[in-house]
Write a protein that binds this ligand. Structure first.
Ligand code: ADP
Length: 305
């Protein structure tokens, strides 16, 4: 099976759609790569696979090899820069119109999830992140069963559960945590996304929604709270246009100054700059936040191994 050379498999789950599960998967992948891990991302979110868009590789063509698919390389590892390789496989690559939701019946969906797990040639990876559909559907059960049968306990690192301040108030995220308990999936921690706002004009991070609910809920369930991630419109700019994030002087996030230096390339210079997404991401306000979330995830994985 193609999973045999993978050290740790991490599921990314959310109770409902639109809370930022794919964004969290993407940023966990970039942050793990930035600290030297080789990373794979498997997108099995049949409700609308958005991982290709996140990595700017929507037009990539997946190659078939005897017995399976070759994942798309976002970037190769660079030992001198301390960066690990990043590869992606998404159901989106196989759909005629990218971004379409799949309208298959249950059995076909579960078969596809199984095939996706077994038929991608990942080679050696430190981490495989699996972006799952929202909620707790048949695909999740199939995913959990397939992993149970085909991986060792050491490989099955656990799940990162994503929520938002508003979603905490609903039953969805609690259902997700209960699902993990029932299926024996270890919860590595909870991320509260869209918690506060990095204002592009006034260099302040304000709470647009009440925050803190994720932490209370994590405590109730006795699972680790990994942190709050604000809404940063500059993250969207990076994802949608590939342009670097820019912040006015004096912008601080979690006490760290992230203002754009005066000598940074202008937008015009930048359009000719082919810097990799992983390097540009380092300048996004969310990168230090994910750096610390990632360190906690790695610690949780290692503690469980
Ligand atoms: P999900 O996978 O849960 O459906 P997505 O990750 O696709 O959600 O996020 C929904 C939209 O919100 C996307 O356009 C994404 O780029 C944006 N988004 C998510 N989190 C943030 C954030 N912290 N800051 C800015 N935009 C975000």
């Amino acid at each position: 099976m193609s999973l045999s050379k993978i050290k740790h498999i991490v599921l990314v789950l959310s109770g409902k759609g639109g809370v930022g599960k794919s964004s969290v998967t993407t940023q966990l992948a970039l942050s793990l790569s930035l600290v030297g891990h080789s990373v794979g991302v498997l997108d099995v979110d049949l409700t609308g696979p958005s991982i290709p868009r996140m990595f700017g590789i929507e037009d990539a063509k997946v190659k078939q090899a005897p017995g399976g698919w070759l994942p798309i390389t976002v970037h190769e590892g660079d030992a001198s820069a301390g960066i690990g390789s990043l590869r992606v496989m998404s159901l989106g690559f196989l759909l005629p119109r990218r971004g379409d939701a799949v309208v298959w019946r249950g059995p076909k969906k579960t078969a596809m999830v199984r095939q996706f797990l077994s038929d991608v040639f990942w080679d050696e990876l430190d981490y495989l992140l699996i972006d799952t559909p929202p909620g707790t559907s048949d695909e999740h059960i199939s995913l959990a069963e397939t992993l149970l049968l085909n991986t060792t306990e050491q490989q099955r690192a656990g799940a990162v559960v994503v929520t938002t301040p508003q979603a905490v108030a609903t039953a969805d995220v609690r259902k997700e945590l209960n699902f993990c308990t029932q299926t024996g999936i270890r919860v590595l921690g909870v991320v509260e996304n869209m918690s506060g706002f990095v204002c592009p004009n006034c260099s302040e991070c304000t709470n647009v929604f009440s925050s803190g609910g994720g932490e209370v809920m994590a405590n109730d369930f006795n699972v680790r709270f990994l942190g709050r991630v604000p809404i940063d419109p500059q993250f969207l700019v990076l994802i949608e246009t590939g342009r670097r994030s820019r912040y006015p002087q004096g912008t601080t996030v979690n006490g760290q100054d992230i203002s754009t230096p005066a000598d940074a390339p202008t937008e015009d210079q930048e359009s000719r700059d082919p810097a990799l997404l992983v390097h540009k991401y380092k300048e996004c306000s969310l990168a230090p936040i994910f750096g610390s979330i990632t360190a906690d995830v790695v610690a949780a994985v290692q503690a469980a191994a």
